[in-house]
Design a protein around this ligand. Structure first.
Ligand code: GLU
Length: 510
């Protein structure tokens, strides 16, 4: 149980649509906040203007809304710590960078891009391909550590472009505790002097992230594993400012279904499942499919995502959002990557559909297919009949089309396999029994059916499938007595007559 007020943030960069890994990060932040009566915040990290993608921020907000995990502070939502978009906080960062310079924790660097490229090239030729601006190389570069103070002052006065870099100390072990990974130790000799403030007047991700997490009073930083290498620098920055460091939790990667590497945006449509919560069309018109448009229910999507990297410590797999909040803990998030399983994802959707009431499925179906003429009561019965066999709401209509209208054809293959010499006459007899029934509920029909079989000394197979074929046109579906009760006596008898006529004609033609 955290002993400080929980304030967590999801901090996406608007560089494109939110990948399902990003949704999982948002979800874990949400669950953690709710579990501890804390606050869940969204902050848009758009300091890298070159990677900005139009529409991405709206996409992110819309996707989170669909998932039912809306933050309580953020752009368009409000909150005491705004603005929540970094480009709108631009003016705030420079004084912090200057404070670091004043404390000799950072420095101005005047080297041009060409000069740095030349250094890299030279180093490569000497057999060292990974040249870095660091505590060793900075001693021979153009910066406020090497240049005389008067020259630095003049360069700044002249408006010479510069960046501000972190002054990494030499040979210091940085230690921090990650809730998921335990103790992490990194020696500063392995770290470079990262740029904190760019020549375009914008902070880099690192500086803005730390200043914002501090000023927004973030208690826990819950984010993807890809940010773990940046964490030592972040810890150094907190120390350099003299601020208390938030607690860290770096989430495991989402892996491809075969476990080979990170699940990427291209994998989805290649392997036949979405990797985005909702559809996304690029500026070039390329469409990436989303779970929403494929027909997934957000509850099923969230349930599946929650279990990719976290487990409740029990065998329970089906959770609604409130149950996830109740069960969630960062301590049960695993260190190792989580393999995405498309079949399991379908299973969650199936289970979700089954758990819905017939009435709410009927409502969803009506919204999906407004031209349906059945009333609410009829639709609820149809949904009840079909939901065990459907994965998506639309399947209820596609697979159960004969419950909505008469079948336009009868499955030929089943007829040729199942039609025996006595089939038609057995069906005729059954039709006449059915037409004389006084009550037409499923159990009456079933009782009558059994006695009809006995009277004729035949097994179920001789009548049930042919009966199904003439009434529904297909060889499989929900129980025939339930279907019959739903369709009603008149409809069933008429369908049998029409079906028998068609089949008879076909058999005569042979
Ligand atoms: N802006 C980073 C991203 O795009 C956020 C990293 C963090 O949460 O600190 O994922």
């Amino acid at each position: 149980m955290p002993n400080k007020t929980v304030r967590v943030r999801f901090a996406p960069s608007p560089t494109g649509p939110l990948h399902m890994g990003g949704v999982r990060t948002a979800l874990y932040n949400y669950l953690f906040a709710k579990k501890h009566n804390g606050t869940f915040i969204i902050r848009i990290e758009d300091t890298d203007q070159t990677r900005f993608v139009e529409g991405a921020q709206d996409y992110i907000m819309d996707a989170m809304n669909w998932c039912g995990i809306m933050p309580s502070e953020g752009p368009g939502i409000g909150g005491e710590f705004g603005p929540y978009v970094q480009s709108e906080r631009k003016e705030m960062y420079k004084p912090y960078a200057e404070k670091l310079i004043a404390n000799e924790k950072a420095y101005y660097a005047f080297d041009t891009a060409e000069e740095l490229d030349a250094m890299r090239e030279q180093s490569k030729q000497m057999g060292m391909p990974n040249w870095q601006y660091n505590s060793v190389t900075r001693a021979s570069l153009r910066n406020s550590i090497t240049l005389p103070q008067s020259e630095v002052a003049q360069l700044l006065l002249d408006g010479t472009p510069y960046v501000i870099r972190m002054k990494m100390p030499r040979n210091v072990d940085i230690r921090f505790h990650d809730i998921i990974r335990g103790w992490v130790v990194v020696n500063t000799n392995n770290l470079d002097d990262k740029v904190l403030f760019k020549s375009d007047g914008m902070p880099t991700y690192h500086l803005a992230n730390i200043v914002d997490d501090h000023t927004m009073e973030i208690s826990h930083v819950i984010r993807g594993e890809e940010w773990l290498p940046s964490a030592p620098l972040h810890v150094m920055l907190y120390e350099a400012f003299g601020w208390e460091c938030p607690l860290f939790a770096h989430l495991p990667l989402l892996l491809k279904p075969d476990g080979n590497g990170k699940l990427s945006k291209r994998d989805g449509d290649r392997l036949g499942f979405p990797v985005f919560p909702t559809n996304w069309t690029t500026a070039e018109g390329e469409l990436y499919s989303g779970y929403r448009e494929k027909g997934y229910h957000p509850g099923a999507f969230i349930n599946m995502l929650a279990l990719l990297g976290w487990n409740p410590g029990t065998t329970q797999e089906l959770f609604n959002l409130d149950e996830l909040v109740e069960a969630f803990s960062l301590e049960r998030v695993s260190k190792s990557g989580a393999k995405f399983d498309p079949d399991k994802t379908l299973w969650f959707q199936q289970q979700y559909l089954r758990s819905q009431s017939d009435e709410s499925l009927a409502e969803e179906l009506k919204i999906l297919l407004p031209s349906i003429t059945q009333n609410n009561n009829e639709l609820s019965i149809i949904c009840g009949l079909m939901k065990e066999r459907a994965t998506f709401v639309k399947d209820i209509h596609t697979d159960g089309h004969y419950l909505f209208e008469r079948p336009s054809e009868i499955d030929q293959e089943s007829i040729s396999k199942k039609w025996k010499d006595n089939t038609s006459s057995l069906l005729l007899g059954w039709e006449s029994k059915l037409s004389q029934l006084e009550a037409f509920d499923a159990s009456t029909i079933e009782k009558e059916f059994k006695s009809y079989l006995e009277e004729n000394a035949v097994g179920i197979g001789a009548v049930l499938l042919p009966f199904r074929l003439v009434v529904t046109g297909v060889g499989a579906g929900p129980g025939m007595f339930d279907i019959s009760a739903y369709l009603g006596q008149k409809e069933v008898v008429e369908r049998m007559q029409i079906g028998l006529e068609i089949i008879q004609k076909q058999l005569n033609e042979k």
